[in-house]
Design a protein around this ligand. Structure first.
Ligand code: GLN
Ligand code: ZN
Length: 770
């Protein structure tokens, strides 16, 4: 039985990579220093993995920005416009693909970025030409193998990691519509063969090819292409052992034919996401010589392994195919978890002892091996521990469970339907046609960040801090009145992060000090940890919102983060179904909504930018997910009176194919990202008439560009073709916190001017939906 790992976090234990990259980009350090930091991080990672006794150590899992971009670089998939930039070195070319290139007469946009399957990691989307040529462009993988070889003094344990050819093509996009990316398989395979053979030539025995698309619903064509690719490898790379890895979901039996290819010596499956697949896979693998790599340790969450479960699976496999045909590993790359729990000095020991970060997860493989080999002392202690904790929390929180799990109609339904509510709200608010608003946050200046830092360091007491924040609120209210927006916000100055702000105040959730996880490039996030039952113990936002409201006669919109987003951007307890946790958070948010309403706030926005992200990889699981996710939103939003207007906001993803679910949220108003594609995103809304009010984003806040009033007017007109004009709101496409005040003021003024012109013009009468 071999122990291995699919990938280790590469940001460095103190986020050294972030600092080094950002310093390099701003020319504070030179290339040598940057490369040195990379080497140091790799060494640190290898040391951990080596000393814990792993039999195979991943290599090429390090990356200065993104491992998909590394693949593009390795395979020479570099869009022509980047090659034309005069570049000092390869590293600069690499970074310019990720970050764009602006200098003198050059203005080249960064390549597109999107989410890595259903995780919060973002990768750079490969861009293919019609006649895309592939060639070995970068030596990084070979250099890294050499580095690890120097470290280990042997190649025996080195397992280079590559994204498999079919997943790589699948992740990319075509530059135009004249061809299909999957048809490039013939061009790409010879290069992979070259790479595999080169690695084998320098003494590599095992190569890990990641094909996570095997966990998706695949078309016949995709399956055929997979079959073709691995057949080619079988024919032309006879001396390498391929460890084919799948993760994030179970694999289906219609792909077994692929695994039967001779080159595939081991298959990795994710038993955390899907343990049901084990029996089917064992009965198939039994008939072959393939080794089964069992992903029994959760690579995406931070809880200690449930040894008794893992042992159950491993023993089943041993009985079926024998001890020597088994590998054990984390379920996927550890990229998605922080590095070392021992650095968390502030977490209470009762919770901490339940947790394992990357370093600890590697050690857990050792424990499992010991137990399997007969040292049973570890097993009873840990499994008993875990069971006790679960019993205790079940017992303590029975009350909440009763409240949330029997979803009575009154918990998820507003008192009356949308049209009835709309009528009442219109009468009460008397807002103009095309009301203008923003998504919530206003520029988070250096000054504000400094203020929060001083508060955190206790240089300011609560009172002093609150006084300062209040000044910003008064100021932002005044500015919004000057801009002449119709529905105002308080600006979110008291929040560092839309999830952390709430998780810090809710019981049952904690933050870490150093629990960073890479989100994209040098950007890292520190997901909160939901360890117990989530309970709201006091008002979280009311004081701020009411303070803002007290400074204006216009309506101020209350701002909350929705339950699905809080859940999606946290590490979630795994001892109860995820929807139960979602409902608990929803209940807490509902209480906050009601408290805002009671304090006189009449418009409340519940942001759910992560609704789409939670969507399972397999279609068959979608309904189940949307059912509980929408229930959670509705629990949080449905307790209010007809006259109280519920807004929601969504961004970051495509909504076309989930439009029916968005409708089911039954929010009175949705503000949604759409300006980047000039409302293309809203295509589906035209085939399907969206029944409630909607604010399609009128300009892109992700760019410093200031939109003119003409272009906003054009988009308002376009929206009039899609929706009844009485349902249309005018707003930017997301929060303004990353922008500066100069841009924001001019942009919003152009926006309110455009809305006014639209109101006065009659174009909407003709050609419009009503
Ligand atoms: N209300 C939040 C803001 O304005 C929404 C952020 C988001 O959509 N991610 O910043
Ligand atoms: Zn947004």
């Amino acid at each position: 039985m071999l122990k291995h790992n699919l990938g280790f976090p590469r940001i460095g234990n103190k986020r050294e990579l972030k600092k080094a990259c950002e310093d390099y980009w701003s020319k504070k350090i030179n290339l040598d220093s940057l490369l040195r930091v990379g080497k140091k991080i790799k060494k640190y990672n290898w040391k951990i993995q080596e000393s814990s006794g792993l039999d195979l150590i991943p290599c090429n899992d390090f990356s200065f920005y993104d491992h998909v971009l590394d693949m593009s670089f390795l395979l020479g998939v570099i869009p022509e416009y980047f090659l034309s930039i005069p570049m000092k070195n390869e590293v600069d070319l690499y970074f310019s693909m990720a970050r764009g290139f602006q200098k003198k007469t050059w203005d080249i946009q960064a390549m597109e970025m999107t989410k890595w399957f259903n995780t919060n990691y973002h990768y750079i989307v490969p861009e293919f030409e019609q006649q895309q040529k592939f060639s070995i462009f970068s030596n990084k993988i070979f250099e890294e193998v050499q580095e690890l070889k120097n470290f280990l003094h042997s190649t025996k344990k080195i397992k280079p990691v590559l994204i498999g050819p079919v997943t790589y093509l699948f992740l990319g996009k075509e530059k135009n519509e004249l061809f299909q990316k999957m048809d490039l398989i013939d061009n790409i395979i010879p290069i992979y063969i070259d790479i595999l053979n080169k690695l084998s030539y320098i003494g590599i025995e095992w190569i890990q090819l990641d094909e996570p698309i095997l966990s998706l619903d695949l078309s016949k064509k995709e399956i055929d292409i997979l079959q073709y690719a691995y057949k080619e490898f079988s024919l032309k790379c006879s001396s390498v052992n391929i460890l084919l890895t799948t993760y994030f979901e179970g694999i289906s039996d219609n792909i077994f034919s692929i695994i039967e290819n001779r080159c595939i010596k081991a298959l990795h499956i994710d038993l955390i996401e899907n343990s049901n697949q084990l029996n089917t896979i064992l009965s198939f693998i039994k008939k072959t010589k393939i080794i089964l790599s069992m992903g029994v340790i959760d690579g995406r969450n931070i809880w200690k392994n449930n040894y008794s479960n893992s042992i159950k699976y491993i023993e089943k496999a041993i009985q079926s195919i024998g001890f020597h045909r088994i590998m054990i590993a984390p379920s996927c790359s550890l990229l998605h978890v922080p590095i070392d729990i021992d650095d968390e000095t502030l977490i209470h020991s009762n919770i901490k002892k339940k947790m394992a970060f990357a370093k600890q997860k590697i050690d857990e493989l050792n424990d499992l091996e010991k137990i399997i080999k007969g040292d049973g002392r570890i097993l009873p202690k840990n499994s008993l521990d875990l069971n006790k904790i679960q019993e205790k929390s079940n017992h303590l929180f029975k009350n909440i469970q009763k409240k949330t799990y029997n979803l009575k109609k009154e918990y998820i339904n507003r008192k009356n339907n949308f049209l009835y509510r709309q009528n009442k709200q219109k009468k009460k608010f008397r807002l103009p046609l095309f009301p203008t608003t923003t998504i919530g946050s206003f520029p988070q200046t250096k000054e504000i960040r400094k203020l929060r830092n001083r508060f955190r360091k206790k240089e300011l007491n609560q009172k002093e801090y609150d006084e300062q924040i209040k000044k910003y609120i008064v100021d932002v209210i005044k500015k919004q009145e000057e801009i002449d927006l119709d529905v105002l916000v308080h600006g979110e100055f008291e929040r560092t992060d839309m999830v952390e702000y709430f998780s810090d105040q809710l019981k049952g959730i904690i933050s870490t000090k150093n629990g960073w996880v890479q989100s994209y490039g040098s950007r890292c996030v520190k997901p909160p940890i939901i360890y117990g039952d989530v309970i709201r113990v006091f008002d979280m936002t009311t004081d701020w919102i009411c303070y803002a409201q007290s400074h204006t006669n216009k309506l101020v919109k209350g701002m909350l983060t929705g339950p699905v987003t809080i859940l999606q951007w946290s590490f979630v307890r795994d001892d109860q179904p995820i929807y139960e946790t979602a409902y608990q958070i929803a209940w807490a948010i509902r209480e906050e909504v009601l408290s805002l309403e009671k304090s006189g706030i009449q418009i409340i926005q519940i942001d759910e930018p992560a609704l789409r992200e939670g969507q399972p990889l397999r279609k068959k699981n979608w309904n189940f997910y949307f059912n509980w996710a929408i229930n959670a939103f509705r629990i949080s939003s449905s307790g209010v009176k007809d006259e109280t207007q519920i807004h929601t906001h969504m961004c970051y993803s495509e909504f076309n194919d989930i439009i029916e679910h968005i409708v089911n949220l039954d929010a009175d108003v949705i503000t949604i990202e759409s300006s980047r594609s000039k409302m293309k995103l809203l295509k589906s809304f035209s085939n399907f008439s969206y029944p409630n009010e909607i604010g399609p984003g009128m300009y892109d806040i992700h760019s410093p560009r200031i939109p003119s009033k003409e272009e906003i007017l054009y988009l308002i007109k376009k929206a009039c073709m899609l929706f009844p004009k009485k349902n249309i709101w005018v707003n930017p496409d997301c929060g303004l916190k990353t922008r500066n005040w100069n841009e924001v003021e001019v942009s919003l003024k152009n926006m309110t001017k455009a809305a006014k012109i639209a109101r006065s013009e009659c174009f909407c009468k003709k050609n419009s939906k009503d």
